[in-house]
Design a protein around this ligand. Sequence first.
Ligand SMILES: Cc1cc2nc3c(=O)[nH]c(=O)nc-3n(C[C@H](O)[C@H](O)[C@H](O)COP(=O)(O)OP(=O)(O)OC[C@H]3O[C@@H](n4cnc5c(N)ncnc54)[C@H](O)[C@@H]3O)c2cc1C
Length: 459
Amino acid sequence: MGRELVVSRLKELLGSEKVIDDPEELYVYSYTAYAVVREEPLAIVKAFSTEDVAKVLKFANEHRVPVVPRGSGTSVIGASTPVKDSIVIDLRPMRRIVVDVPNGVVEAEAGAYVDEVDRECRKYGFMFPVDPASAEAATIGGALAMDAGGMRGARYGTMRHVTLGIEVVLPGGNVITLGGPVYKQATGYDLMHIFIGSEGTLGVITRGWFKMVPAPKSVGRVVAYFDNVEDAARGVYEIRRRGFAPLIIEFMDDIVVKLANKIKGLNFPEKNMVIIDIDLPKEVLSSTLNEVAEVLKAAGASEVRSTTDPDEMARLYVVRKQAYPTFAAAFPFSFMGDLSVPLSALPAVVKKVREVSSKYGITIGLIGHAGDGNLHPLVGLQSKDEWWSKARPALVEIEGYSIELGGTISGEHGVGIERKDLLIKELRARRSEVVLEYMRQIKRIFDPNGIMNPGKLID
Ligand SMILES: Cc1cc2nc3c(=O)[nH]c(=O)nc-3n(C[C@H](O)[C@H](O)[C@H](O)COP(=O)(O)OP(=O)(O)OC[C@H]3O[C@@H](n4cnc5c(N)ncnc54)[C@H](O)[C@@H]3O)c2cc1C
């Protein structure tokens, strides 16, 4: 079906104000946080309700037009990059949030920003457990579709672990609810978790119900500086091994800190950093912060600071917040990798990153939610040409090595366009290549005409 016909039919179905075919807008939507490829869609639909989504999916299914659901386009692996001749459904107009305090549940529509949901929960003394670094931009629908994690992953896991129910529109326009606003449900196959992390390839998630957790009343922060990057990684697993249960455990290597100082005018010791937040009642907070500091010193930290002063805590966190923007500002082309390994394998993986970085002669810094074994290699390139010749092979080596260590090629960013070959590699290494076929069969059940985000996750 040609562009003009698709656009006119969509306008008839939804009203012209919800359908965008302006070339400038199509150009803007052709970009996402995945700078490797871009593609313009046929049209963009701004969805204001589940019914809007259902109308689009009915039409698209009948006429075999590809559909790409979209939140804010912050996926760094091309999951939300439009596909050729597709309709992009932008869910961001769907932003309703309802906090149900007595039941400890927050309901949010797919287009609500994660940060917005968190702020709403905090009005009632609760918080939203999952906090991706992109929370101000990432939407609930995008976070569900990617099974996003974040800083508090060490404590609360990913979206999968906090979601109670979702509403989904299937190709053809049927609306189903999987799970709901209850903390337990034992009613057969767990289809909800098939949709979480499905990267928009099965249907469009229009809203969800989530657990809220109490917002911490007293929090302290320990920041440790290490001369040696492997010692820093060791420090992280020592904290876990000794049974501490921090709210966050973040890691950043000296390459990132040096660059952040230079580019963002900061003044941090140019060493490998571990940042740990502990939330405990006031009476035991200081003594626990001291214990954590001692463990980090024993692991090789040359300097450790701890504080419960909110301003000082915020100041100490600036460098972590600036890590990704620093790389984006310092290099003409940058990319954020993703891997997850068992905690005891963290020192091995940081060592590997250094080796691979010098082998290919490119800058690779490291940040990560290290408390759950999740690291993001930050690659900085002088030109996009270096992507295929240097950066991609380097990342394939690094993320591939995490498989050897018993880990995985993605902790939270997903597969998208970028990691389809690595997913196959991982399944082969686990002698589980047949899983790909099961995934294809699942896709055929929900999306028999293959209209949902084709070419992503699996072929
Ligand atoms: C600086 C930066 C920091 C980041 N930090 C983190 C982090 O800490 N943790 C983390 O997990 N990720 C992180 N990310 C990656 C990204 O922000 C997350 O994957 C996020 O959840 C994507 O949300 P979005 O709204 O931008 O989704 P989009 O990028 O628009 O979409 C992502 C995928 O979800 C699908 N999708 C979107 N909405 C729906 C819907 N309603 N129904 C079905 N499918 C849908 C899309 O088709 C696509 O496949 C980061 C990215 C950047 C650029």
